[in-house]
Unconditional design. Structure first.
Length: 377
């Protein structure tokens, strides 16, 4: 009995120390991972977090291609998808659903975590706010929305474009495995403002490309203030409803109701594919232009500072003979656009050890592009 008292006292002391050091979010993280038999965030953890609904109103089902699901995937693709713990794999060709396959009890209604694919969605909302005049200029200073940044060294120079292009100069370590670094605090913590506004700047914005979740979260704060409504409702009005999404989606939020704009839109793979089709169609849904083409071109044009691999929200591969660009999320969430073949590929799943090439792009994306085009192109 005495030993149990000592253990309880020790645990309380540890909890108090973690609280005052700013690590209280670790208990939330432990309860949502290790205590559920998992080692990290998961594509199915949406129900564990608060969320705002992204409403749709008039769902439009995909037209099926005449060859819908008539071809089996070849062994090399199937082996790759199985090895990488894939949940879904979809191919859209010429605006029609050509191939659709699910594993491990997932199906066309299953909602999974977008992870960082949401970064490109946040940039889409920036583009819409610019188009509507709610933000006058992409070079607006972030400090025009949050004055406290005028007092931060380098922070006063930060622009919305810097944030969208991942050139913010923010002191942010993009590490998903270390629970003491800022990604974990943003994901499991109670306050996104505390997780991001507390960060310093290590260099002048606009000088260097560095992919950071914190940059997109700051961009989300600015866009939300500019549109004066929740980003979930803005996304619903400007994209989800006009695009005829098949299901409502959920966007994880902190305790204040602020969306995690660097991640965490929970939707189904068919609706993810519609996001890709929007860009193949240059921002049009039918005859309606719902995102400005000039802004789309900025999103999918690689920047020099990224060594031609990143635009605004999109990863880009023009090195490959089959050029493509894509939404990219942790553990292998992809919406891949292949303009030359009028094709969209969606892959979701939980690839915990996803190898990347020397430019930081997942090898699997290039493999899926090249091999899928051989079969369906």
């Amino acid at each position: 009995m005495i030993i149990l008292v000592y253990i309880a006292t020790f645990l309380v002391a540890v909890a108090v120390i973690f609280y005052f050091l700013g690590y209280s979010y670790l208990f939330s993280g432990i309860s949502k991972t290790y205590l559920r038999g998992r080692m990290s965030a998961n594509i199915d953890d949406g129900k564990l977090f608060r969320s705002n609904i992204i409403h749709t109103s008039k769902p439009v089902l995909w037209d099926e291609h005449p060859d819908y699901n008539k071809k089996d995937l070849p062994k090399n693709i199937t082996d790759d998808l199985l090895h990488s713990n894939t949940a879904s794999f979809l191919v859209v060709k010429d605006g029609k659903l050509l191939h659709e396959q699910y594993w491990k009890d997932y199906n066309k209604l299953s909602k999974t975590n977008s992870f960082s694919m949401a970064k490109a969605v946040t940039v889409m909302l920036l583009g819409k706010a610019l188009e509507e005049g709610k933000i006058e200029n992409i070079d607006h200073k972030f400090s025009e929305y949050y004055e406290e940044f005028k007092n931060k060294p380098f922070g006063r120079d930060l622009t919305l474009k810097n944030l969208a292009q991942m050139e913010s100069g923010l002191d942010w370590d993009e590490n998903y495995n270390n629970p003491f670094l800022p990604n974990a605090k943003a994901y499991y913590g109670r306050s996104l403002i505390k997780a991001t506004f507390s960060r310093r700047f290590k260099e002048k914005p606009g000088e260097r490309f560095e992919y950071q979740s914190g940059s997109t979260q700051l961009l989300g704060f600015a866009v939300k203030k500019a549109v004066n409504q929740s980003l979930s409702s803005y996304l619903s009005q400007k994209f989800w409803i006009p695009m005829g999404m098949e299901q409502n989606a959920e966007w994880s939020v902190d305790e204040s109701g602020m969306e995690k704009t660097y991640c965490c839109i929970h939707s189904n793979s068919r609706d993810f594919a519609k996001l890709g089709q929007l860009f193949l169609d240059d921002g049009k849904v039918g005859d309606e232009q719902i995102l400005n083409l000039d802004f789309i071109e900025k999103m999918r044009t690689p920047t020099q500072k990224s060594e031609e691999i990143y635009g605004m929200g999109f990863w880009i591969n023009h090195d490959n003979p089959i050029k493509h660009y894509y939404f990219l999320g942790l553990q292998g969430q992809y919406i891949i656009m292949i303009p030359e073949h009028k094709m969209v590929i969606v892959r979701t799943g939980s690839h915990m050890n996803n190898p990347k090439n020397d430019k930081g792009r997942p090898d699997q994306v290039k493999f899926l592009v090249n091999e899928t085009v051989k079969i369906f192109g």
